[in-house]
Ligand binder design. Structure first.
Ligand code: AHR
Length: 495
């Protein structure tokens, strides 16, 4: 039986916030250092210390928002160590991530410059776990105060006259764990206190994000919402797709079998249940959905590549990761009335990265290509979709074989993203597009697929997995007949 999908091009269901395509870059392993920052004296071509190849690749996926400096690192980061002349900056130990020396060469000025070069909104995560209220308050003053003040004057001395615009600010990270091992009641009180001193200077209005739950800790969401909902603009949620067990062995990024493919898809789809359940709790206190669910860490987490530093979280990235990304985006779109931002972990060389680097070499991962193909959905109107899809059966379990989402942009162009998660079988689809004249001439598409479950790009073969034109579509009276190969991500455009 064919999978049957109806796209209602004339029923708009709200906007897909472009921030759903956000990123996260932490001082972890080779993400910031080597991956983004090489310093002005590097032989790797750079702009004021930021490597040009990475910059250009990231510009191409139109990153709307970038979260920094952590992660767990954020609750040990003292921002004053990272401003002023670089040669004088304090060297510290990055205790969370590999125990390596952090020379603080990439600090507030460098991060803000990166955001300006990328045309992206900064999202800064402050330190609650080991920092003071004064320190957090002064950071915001340093960055955003225009007039005469100790912090604004110091910023000027350090070379930046105008204040920056800073919208997104997180008050701590994973405060149930690496951010202080707190109980939700205690963190809720601290959140209330710390956020009081995160001031709005001039016309800079800060969107305050409270540290949210780990996976299915619904009590955390309940306590935070009950005790502080009127003081927050966003509440975060972290969920990683881990095929194995976090402590006993997460599974390999490349060396895996069918079982692990299936479980990875199943665990990715779990994101929807989490959004619904945390969302229901948020609805109780915020029925208007003013507060954004900010999923500021998501993505695959596998064992590190053999022979690499266990604290650096460096993993390869295959067509399986591409399917994980596509599934997540289709879920996030569907819940974009509540999900206002998400940030994949992480941008370069760490976890489900877009980009991998080795010295002066750089490759784009299959996940990068999904971000590039899906960018057409950013800030577009979500369209109503009805679908009756077949089951992807594996042993005695079943998942929906196909995932779909559709949007219309300001020019009236419709984009449809489709994922066939089945590792063996193609998916036949009949797609009925209502409210729009569809002819063979106005449909085009691209596909990302591969012949093996672990197909990936390497420094020797950087274009093993990349999008190509999609031809397996025919049009008959507004109905599209499509064949999706196994393990494929497709984005169609209808002019
Ligand atoms: O992304 C890696 C780590 O995962 C982050 O530092 C932390 O917030 C989470 O546990």
């Amino acid at each position: 039986m064919k999978n049957s999908i109806v796209i209602n091009a004339d029923i708009e269901k709200g906007k897909i916030n472009k921030n759903i395509y956000g990123h996260f870059a932490e001082h972890l392993g080779r993400c910031i250092y080597e991956g983004i920052w090489v310093g002005e004296d590097s032989e790797i071509p750079n702009t004021n210390g930021i490597r040009n190849d990475v910059l250009e690749a990231l510009k191409n996926i139109q990153i709307p928002v970038l979260r920094w400096p952590g992660g767990c690192f954020a609750d040990e980061y003292h921002w004053k160590d990272g401003v002023g002349p670089r040669e004088n900056r304090k060297r510290m130990v990055n205790t969370h991530w590999g125990g390596v020396v952090e020379n603080n060469h990439f600090g507030t000025h460098e991060f803000m410059m990166l955001c300006e070069l990328l045309g992206t909104e900064p999202y800064i995560c402050g330190n609650v776990g080991s920092g003071t209220v004064q320190e957090m308050s002064e950071w915001v003053e340093y960055m955003t105060f225009e007039g005469e003040s100790p912090m604004a004057n110091w910023r000027r001395e350090n070379g930046r006259d105008e204040p920056w615009k800073l919208k997104y600010f997180g008050v701590g990270n994973e405060n149930w764990g690496c951010g202080g091992n707190m109980r939700p009641e205690y963190y809720a009180d601290l959140y209330r206190r710390y956020q009081t001193y995160v001031r709005n200077y001039g016309d800079n209005k800060v969107y305050k994000i409270a540290g949210g739950a780990n996976v299915d800790d619904y009590n955390w969401t309940e306590v935070l919402m009950k005790n502080a909902h009127w003081l927050m603009d966003g509440l975060s949620l972290h969920y990683y797709t881990i095929p194995g067990d976090f402590w006993l062995g997460k599974g390999s990024a490349l060396d895996f079998e069918e079982d692990e493919w299936f479980i990875t898809m199943k665990k990715s789809l779990h994101m929807e249940e989490l959004i619904k359940k945390h969302g229901t709790i948020m609805d109780k206190y915020d029925p208007e959905k003013r507060i954004g669910m900010i999923i500021d860490e998501w993505g695959t987490w596998f064992d590190v590549e053999p022979g690499t530093n266990p604290g650096f979280l460096y993993q390869q990235n295959s067509i399986r990761d591409a399917l994980v990304a596509g599934l997540h985006f289709n879920i996030f779109h569907k819940h974009s009335d509540r999900v206002q931002m998400t940030n994949i972990a992480q941008t370069v060389n760490v976890l489900q990265a877009m980009i991998l680097t080795e010295g002066e070499k750089m490759i784009l991962t299959p996940t990068y290509h999904v971000f590039e193909m899906f960018k057409v959905h950013q800030d577009a109107k979500l369209l109503a979709v009805d679908s009756l899809v077949n089951e992807y059966e594996y042993k005695d379990e079943k998942l929906p074989q196909v995932s779909v989402s559709a949007s219309k942009n300001d020019e009236g162009k419709v984009h449809i993203s489709l994922c066939n998660i089945d590792h063996k079988n193609e998916a036949q689809l009949e797609l009925d597009v209502r409210g729009l004249g569809v002819t063979a001439a106005n449909v085009s598409g691209r596909i990302l697929t591969a012949g093996s479950m672990n197909a990936h790009n390497t420094f020797e073969e950087p274009e093993n997995v990349k999008p190509v034109a999609f031809e397996q579509v025919s049009v008959n009276e507004n109905k599209l007949s499509i064949t999706l190969p196994p393990m494929s991500v497709v984005v169609l455009a209808i002019e």
